[in-house]
Design a protein around this ligand. Sequence first.
Ligand SMILES: [Zn+2]
Length: 61
Amino acid sequence: MASVRECPSCALEFEDTGDVETCPYCGYEFPQRRDSVRWVAWLLVLLLLWPAIKGLMYLFG
Ligand SMILES: [Zn+2]
């Protein structure tokens, strides 16, 4: 199901088929929300696990 989406860079409307990554008019690259959320999630996991990793390194290192 296609919907109309507005480019935040050039403000032109185009048909969003769901997998549009760049604006067909100006070439603006839309931020991939799912990817950035995944990165933030990984960073949070690393931050949460870091004390445990350091503790393990202290015990076994
Ligand atoms: Zn555009």
